[in-house]
Design a protein around this ligand. Structure first.
Ligand code: GLA
Length: 391
């Protein structure tokens, strides 16, 4: 709460005046429990919203200019609500500006101008969807200032479009979906082809989810993320030459599909997609029967597949996961998010949690010279307004 008061004061310094008209919104980050790199392949994913996230302080302002600032990044950025313009490489304001642009183009008139100030407890570049949190919290806030013309699902889709079209990362919908529609104590089983979803109770009785940052920042734009996506599109196009009825790569379950691909790399990518999709279904069954040991094994299998077939882990994430696998009481561990740096998620018995941090840190330091950071988080609710609770 002390931090909230400080953050509010920072907002009032940025947007001078008393508290009149100030509204506060919040969006969580997400951890993906299993189902990695499937959301742009029409597969199943199982993310959960975190209790770490981003606050947005906002108030409408006169005229046609919106202003954006953040505790985490220097500078104040302005943009006209009628014409947001183009993204500027490396600027944090691309995320909210992209959302304003997409919402402005959605045919409901010109959005209101406002001051936006962001304060986050999520590390950026960690694979915990900090950018989706900024996008979705902006969308939810702008929607509220505007009189709520859009549903949460529409906001989620527009947030994804902002990331694809304005920021330039061809991400799927998983992050924005989990950030927008997360529910306390539940993971979301999302079918990314139909966008059908159901909440799956995640009773971690006696276990903890430990999120560990590898200390290596992950950059999506310009990383291998778009390359993987493009490889999957090529694989699908090739499969369609002999199986035109196929709608997405996640459906290509069967040796015939693998054999039909000429390129060895594309075969490996397909192998991951199909096996990972099966693992998600098994993981949901395991959660349903509270078989967390099985759930943990599936997490670890997912990591191996991302390492060997999808090739998105890298030495740091591999070392971190291997260190976790060696600790008694760790039921499973894997990279989470896009990979190429960022975080791992591990399922650890409660009584082993303290030793886990110490032992993983020691081993990881020894093998890489890097310092891991541990985050404690529970599974929390999705994006929402907090004005009445906080002000
Ligand atoms: C990033 C993207 C998501 C998803 C994951 C990998 O987090 O934003 O859409 O593709 O990578 O599963």
């Amino acid at each position: 709460m002390q931090d909230f008061a400080a953050a509010l004061q920072e907002f009032l310094d940025f947007s001078p005046g008393d508290r009149t008209g100030v509204r506060v919104f919040y969006a969580p980050g997400r951890v993906n429990l299993i189902g990695e790199h499937l959301d742009y392949n029409g597969g199943l994913v199982l993310p959960a919203a975190l209790s770490l996230g981003v606050w947005l302080f906002t108030r409408q302002r006169a005229g046609g200019l919106s202003r954006f600032a953040s505790r985490g990044f220097p500078g104040v950025f302005e943009s006209s609500v009628a014409d947001v313009g183009v993204s500027v490489p490396g600027q944090f304001a691309n995320y909210p500006k992209g959302v304003c642009k997409v919402m402005g183009a959605a045919g409901r008139g010109v959005p209101p101008a406002a001051d936006f100030y962001y304060v986050g407890s999520l590390p950026s570049g960690a694979g915990l969807a900090s950018s989706a949190a900024v996008e979705v919290v902006t969308a939810v806030a702008l929607n509220a200032l505007w009189g709520e013309p859009f549903s949460m699902l529409e906001l989620v889709r527009m947030a994804q479009e902002a990331e694809n079209a304005f920021v330039g990362v061809q991400s799927g919908i998983m992050d924005q979906f989990a950030v927008g529609l997360g529910r306390e104590g539940h993971a979301i089983l999302l079918d990314t082809r139909s966008l059908g979803y159901q909440y799956v109770a995640a009773p971690l009785r006696g276990q903890r989810l430990v999120i560990t940052h590898s200390g290596v920042e992950r950059q999506l734009a310009g990383s291998k993320y778009n390359e993987r996506r493009e490889e999957c599109q090529r694989a699908l196009a090739e499969i369609r030459t002999f199986a035109p009825e196929v709608a997405c790569l996640a459906d290509c379950d069967g040796e015939g599909f693998v054999q039909g691909l000429g390129d060895l790399t594309l075969r490996k990518r397909l192998r991951h997609v199909v096996a990972e999709n099966r693992r998600v279904s098994s993981a949901v069954q395991a959660l349903g029967s509270e078989d967390l040991e099985r759930f943990g094994r599936l997490m670890s299998d997912s990591h191996r597949s991302l390492r060997d077939d999808y090739e998105v882990t890298g030495p740091a994430l591999d070392a971190l996961v291997e260190a976790a696998w060696d600790v008694p009481g760790c039921l499973g561990s894997r990279m989470t998010g896009a990979g190429f740096g960022g975080c791992t998620v591990s399922l650890v018995r409660e009584e082993a949690a303290q030793d886990f941090e110490r032992l993983v840190a020691e081993r990881y330091r020894q093998s890489t010279g890097l310092e891991p950071r541990f985050y404690v988080s529970s599974i929390a609710a999705g994006a929402r307004e907090l004005t009445h609770e906080m002000m």
